[in-house]
Design a protein. Structure first.
Length: 88
């Protein structure tokens, strides 16, 4: 248990950040799942719209430090590649 006032404050901040990080991680997973479901359904317009919604969420998550910048970039790139392959 935290004894000093600074340790108590750090513990409060940690719980707050944990909740925020959980919601961000959940949002990313939901957005990526939406794109993947659209790809599975075969509807390219729906997939493009879902990708357009997911990309800023991934980038913002990387900017906030929840995931590495290159990880987010790789996820966006792979999703875009799969959406583009639908037209061929």
């Amino acid at each position: 248990m935290a004894n000093t006032s600074s340790a108590k404050k750090a513990a409060r901040q940690m719980t707050r950040r944990t909740d925020i990080n959980k919601s961000r991680r959940s949002r990313v997973k939901s957005e990526v799942r939406t794109v993947e479901e659209a790809i599975q359904s075969g509807d390219q317009k729906k997939a493009l719209a879902a990708l357009a919604a997911a990309e800023p969420v991934l980038v913002r998550t990387a900017q906030k430090g929840m995931m590495h910048k290159k990880t987010a970039s790789r996820k966006v790139s792979r999703l875009a590649q799969r959406v583009k392959a639908m037209s061929a």
